[in-house]
Design a protein around this ligand. Structure first.
Ligand SMILES: NC(=O)c1ccc[n+]([C@@H]2O[C@H](COP(=O)([O-])OP(=O)(O)OC[C@H]3O[C@@H](n4cnc5c(N)ncnc54)[C@H](O)[C@@H]3O)[C@@H](O)[C@H]2O)c1
Length: 370
């Protein structure tokens, strides 16, 4: 069965998903699109051989499954309508403008039993998958700490062209919720449950409720920590950059490209460490004498993908995964419950920031049952 997909919203991320669906060869068509901006809807329809309809009702009627790609405040209402009609839904992140609304959305979707997936697409990025595979290997010792920097220009301009990101009623908050909810999700996906948080936020652009700097310190159940800095600036050459440094007992990994790397690393084996200890480690010119490579190794692009294949890590297009789940009626991933967990962590960070950065415990799990 070719799945008929309906797109609610015809902006930046809708374009990304429709493009990825075409690239992946998923057995689906973009059957209809609705956007209150008719020019956007018409341009999108023309790009993807689709039909621009004039109401949400027409869109739902024409679809086997829907993509919710509107600004954030509209997500809960549209997911609730999909659930009422028992239609599978792909909802963009964040789920909602705040934790309470995100809880409502997740409850409605799970109670209806609909196939649901969310736009936490970095979980499928080859570079992040390699980093996760490296972190899962016990050989390098405990994970000590992660230093995570995420920066982009204030996304009301450039490729984003979206005024709603400066409006707290539609966006909910600034760089931490709107953008770095990806990072909070990734940190738990990489490191397991976070148990405590201390955060501070700043508002240099003077947009009410829209923070442009967030510093978030997290402690994890394993004893590891993470330090996330999320920044919205005005440097137009930097539309979106992440740098993740992982320090383990005997290894350092560094990711500098979200999708295809490079991912670099430097490691010391237990044997090398013992030899270095025996030899006194360094000569007086500061050079290691134990034969340990000083230059980090690095992989990117096709070589990184080949390494994932060698490790047996499955690769997929998230949108093709959604279409397959819809066609087979099986669970999709990551789903609204995964995204709700990221909201729980974000909410604790904002509560800490409102309290001057006080350390707060992060509630375990997700508040799905009332
Ligand atoms: N997963 C990711 O990496 C990622 C990246 C960018 C954006 N997003 C998320 O996607 C969502 C949209 O962001 P964007 O950058 O595409 O914004 P955008 O401004 O480019 O597009 C949003 C569109 O939604 C339309 N819209 C508003 N209400 C609507 C409704 N009721 N029905 C149909 N259309 C409606 C607007 O007219 C606009 O054209 C946001 O929640 C954002 O956080 C996710």
């Amino acid at each position: 069965m070719t799945v008929r997909l309906g797109f609610l919203g015809a902006g930046f991320i809708a374009d990304h998903h429709a493009g990825m669906l075409a690239l992946s060869g998923a057995d689906a068509v973009v059957a209809a699109v609705f956007d209150p901006d008719p020019d956007r809807a018409a341009a999108f329809a023309s790009r993807y051989s689709s039909v621009a309809v004039s109401s949400e009702t027409e869109l739902f009627d024409a679809s086997d499954a829907v993509y919710v790609c509107t600004w954030t405040s509209e997500h809960p209402r549209l997911v609730a309508e999909a659930a009422r009609r028992a239609l599978p839904v792909f909802c963009e992140k964040p789920l909602a403008v705040g934790l309470d609304q995100a809880v409502d959305l997740a409850r409605v979707a799970t109670a209806a039993g609909i196939v649901n997936q969310v736009g936490l697409v970095l979980r499928d990025s080859p570079a992040l998958l390699l980093l996760r595979s490296m972190m899962d290997d016990p050989a390098d010792g405990d994970v000590l700490t992660v230093v995570f920097r995420d920066d982009q220009y204030l996304p009301v301009r450039g490729v984003y062209k979206s005024s709603w990101r400066s409006d707290v009623a539609r966006a909910g908050a600034g760089t931490l919720l709107e953008h770095s909810i990806h990072d909070l999700d990734l940190l738990e996906w990489l490191m397991g449950p976070a148990v405590a948080v201390s955060a501070r936020t700043r508002h240099h652009h003077r947009l009410v409720g829209i923070e442009d700097v967030a510093g978030v310190h997290l402690e994890f159940a394993t004893g590891a920590s993470a330090h996330l800095v999320s920044v919205w600036h005005d440097v137009l050459g930097r539309p979106s950059q992440r740098r993740i440094e992982v320090f383990r007992q005997r290894a350092w990994y560094c990711l500098t490209g979200d999708v295809f790397g490079p991912v670099s690393w430097s490691r010391t084996t237990v044997g090398e460490l013992a030899a270095a200890d025996d030899e006194g480690a360094a000569d007086h010119s500061g050079q290691w004498t134990s034969g340990v490579a000083a230059e980090p190794e690095s992989l990117e692009g096709d070589a990184l993908v080949a390494e994932l294949r060698r490790r047996g890590v499955a690769l997929r297009f998230p949108d093709a995964g959604f279409v397959e789940a819809v066609a087979s009626g099986t669970a999709a991933t990551p789903g609204v419950v995964d995204a709700l967990r990221a909201h729980v962590v974000a909410d604790a960070a904002y509560r800490s920031a409102a309290d001057g950065g006080r350390w707060l415990d992060i509630p375990a799990g997700v508040p799905l049952t009332s």
